[in-house]
Design a protein around this ligand. Structure first.
Ligand SMILES: [Zn+2]
Length: 199
């Protein structure tokens, strides 16, 4: 039985699809929006539609960006000799929040997983090698997770880049085995970045 007018029950149905929002929370949010000032509800709807229209992927590092090149790639204060390789934009944001890294990033948009048919061509590895070829990178910090795919990818990158005259390091200490970077707390991540070791 439908207790709400259609326009409210439609909103509740959509809100229910969001992670960690159950039906009760969705109802509460929908009723809140109904009571909220019109401008507040409109701004929320504009943010949601803008998310799909305006967010791009940085053409250099493949992080999420408002522009063709993201703010971090464009920031002259960032150490251009230091490149941190991560799996997803969420991992990059987790490391940024830890405040332990001053270089730039490269988002692989995936990890090698031979069992699932994901090879080097399916992730942004070719682009990583191009960056190492074209930029003056002194150290590549591999910050993939410690699960099997993360370790496989780290080894592959270390081996592929071993012919280049640069330091290759890996963050690991403090990250639990099988752990994903984005779920690690900021203090642990800061320590893991500071205690990165050569591979
Ligand atoms: Zn970028």
């Amino acid at each position: 039985m439908n207790y709400y007018p259609i326009s409210i029950s439609r909103l509740i149905r959509q809100l229910c699809k969001l992670p960690s929002i159950g039906e009760k929370s969705a109802e509460r949010l929908a009723l809140y929006l109904l009571k909220a000032p019109e401008e507040e509800a409109l701004e929320l709807s504009r943010c949601i539609s803008g998310l799909k229209e305006k967010i791009k992927v940085c053409s250099k590092c493949f992080a999420l960006s408002d522009n063709e090149i993201c703010e971090i790639c464009n920031d002259p204060a960032r150490d251009s000799g230091l490149l941190c390789v991560v799996e997803t934009p969420a991992d990059m944001i987790a490391i940024e929040k830890s405040g332990a890294f001053t270089g730039r990033y490269h988002v692989l948009q995936g990890l090698l997983s031979p069992m699932d048919g994901i090879g080097p061509e399916e992730i942004r590895l070719k682009e990583l090698i191009q960056r190492v070829d074209n930029e003056t990178i002194k150290e590549v910090v591999i910050a993939t997770g410690t699960n099997m795919e993360g370790e496989t990818t780290a080894s592959y990158i270390a081996e592929t880049l071993s012919q280049y005259p640069l330091k290759i390091s890996r963050i690991a200490s403090g990250i639990p085995m099988g752990g994903e970077v984005k779920y690690v707390d900021q203090v642990t991540l800061k320590k893991a970045m500071e205690a990165r070791r050569d591979i």
